[in-house]
Design a binder for this molecule. Sequence first.
Ligand code: KG4
Ligand code: ZN
Length: 341
Amino acid sequence: MRILGIESSCDETAVAIVTDDHKILANEVNSQLQTHTLYGGVIPELSSREHLLSLEALTKQALEKANCSLEQIDGIAATVGPGLIGGVLVGATFAKALALYHRKPFIGINHLEGHALTARLTHRIAFPYLLLLVSGGHTQILFVKDLGNYELLGTTIDDALGEAFDKTARLMGLPYPGGPQIEAHARNGDKNAYLFPQPLRHKKGLNFSFSGLKTAVKTAIEKEQKPLSQTLKENIAASFQETVRLILKGRLTSVFQSYASSFETFVVAGGVAANQTIRSTLEELTNAYGKKFVAPPINLCTDNAAMIAWTGLEYLSRGISHPLDIPCRPRWPLNDIAQGK
Ligand code: KG4
Ligand code: ZN
């Protein structure tokens, strides 16, 4: 089986083709980073326009790479939410039109489900497993029990973790996206230079909060002489990253303690999973509890269409596709799927 997937929910236009024997025949991504860097963040209207301009060429490119025609495709999957609704509508409508014209089944995909199932494409892991999804838009700890069956254990009550990296970098005058900038600056910094708070640390439950941490960084910066010296930037970056590391370690330790008997594999996904310090902390923790650690390759951790195509494939192989009037949604929590919403 071959599925063509389309992703357009944020600032990446992507088209991919995957097969049921776990091959990625094409994985085309058109990043809009250059456009949005100018503004220090993603501008939704500009993003929708760029999706519209690049989708057709990117689809042709994917088919050429995969050396196949649309007739040889068994189904067309596209993100129908959650995300920036203009972009989602552009990609989903384009995909529905292709499905209608070429008489192929259409599968409408939850973008988060795409992230959640990537490890099954890359590492063939079995259900159930524990997942930490940390990206620019999401921070969630989930049990992936089965296809369409997800239990949310914890989420952020304010900023997403990637967003916290981006906002902190911005406060320091570093360009967007901030995650890689903070990681690079942190390498030479003193992680004990500032003692930043770990919000919700003493609260029960598995939720996260990052806005207080960002405010603490802002207050620390206000007290320093401007422009910030390189050493100061490095120290702030290192202290911020260390605080994030401790927050994640604390929450995940609680999960491992409470749910150890419920899973064998821990998967980490999303753009923040590219951070080596965070990755190795999570890997050490997983090893300490005798579980298996899986992190898909970085280009499949960040937004891509292979994960959308793969999720479509998982559904279609179980005989599930969707009518073309399936709606697009800006908000769509993963645990809603398990409740049939
Ligand atoms: O998954 P992703 O590509 O897009 C979505 O948000 O869905 O994640 C992008 C986020 C950005 O906030 C970026 O700053 C963060 O991931 N990020 C990082 C690193 N690389 C990317 N955060 C921390 N350290 C990194 N090395
Ligand atoms: Zn994403």
